[in-house]
Ligand binder design. Sequence first.
Ligand code: ATP
Ligand code: MG
Length: 300
Amino acid sequence: MSRPADRLRVAMQKSGRLSDPARNLLKQAGFQFRSSDKDQLFCYGDGCAVDLVLVRDDDIPQLIAENVCDLGIVGRNVLQEKALELRGTAHAGLQELMPLAFGGCRLSLAVPNGLDWRGPSDLDGRRIATSYPELLGEYLQQQGIGAEIVALKGSVEIAIKLGKADAICDLVSSGATLVANGLKETEILLQSEAVLACQNTPFGDGRDALLADFLARIDGVMKVQASKLILCQTGKRELDAVLRLLPDAVAPVISPVWGDDEALNVQALCTSAVTWQRLEAMKSAGARGLMVLPVEKLLA
Ligand code: ATP
Ligand code: MG
């Protein structure tokens, strides 16, 4: 099916863990949509060439693969599972464009607490319940383990209690669900987070330019979220020690202080966490009047 060349159609989760952060990300990037009603399946871009399709997260990779949508915001776990499933078919060719730093979790193996775990080969000849049969299958093959995969759509964590499996392979974030079910995490198969996904070939029409602008804005928001501007003064002799505590600052600006030949102004855009410990260390190194400011917009 051909798609209009003058608009980008982005698929995202209608309701679930990824919906609010995905909407916020688009909002921060300046994209607005005519319908803010979450029950609408389709939202038109208001003053921008980006439209939204709201669906179940599992459907997002397929919609991209079939050209129904141009882009998607989806967990890496769902994207990679579908990419493996579509391998060798006419719809192969999904790719991850950019990690989005929310929806963090991991796909892990877990076994009953009481089991004495020596390593993945303990799973030889066992049954493992999962909603990710492709990712698990690939892992088992790489490890040379002959286990039976019990594919379940949900409630994987109770499969052992129900006698359907000896181990599970499921998404974990805090680990509380595993603990509540008497399970322990043994191996991590995949570190996941929400990502921007699309096909791995250019559109070959006006959407390539739209995509480049879209990515530049999303990238700007991601950098802003991680960025803080630090302002302070320091003595010339202490400057090196202060700068050593700003290894993530790209080209800090150092300027003279009016009326004080020994003092310098430091202005640094930091791209990793600015903690109290770091500020205290800077103060001990000779920084004065430390100020940390949020960054509102960045366009590289
Ligand atoms: P849908 O109705 O859209 O199919 P869902 O129930 O499959 O929703 P959610 O539970 O909302 O999906 O999870 C969406 C994504 O959030 C997961 O695919 C995963 O990438 C991410 N995620 C982060 N933490 C967790 C977690 N603890 N458990 C499950 N998914 C998590
Ligand atoms: Mg789902």
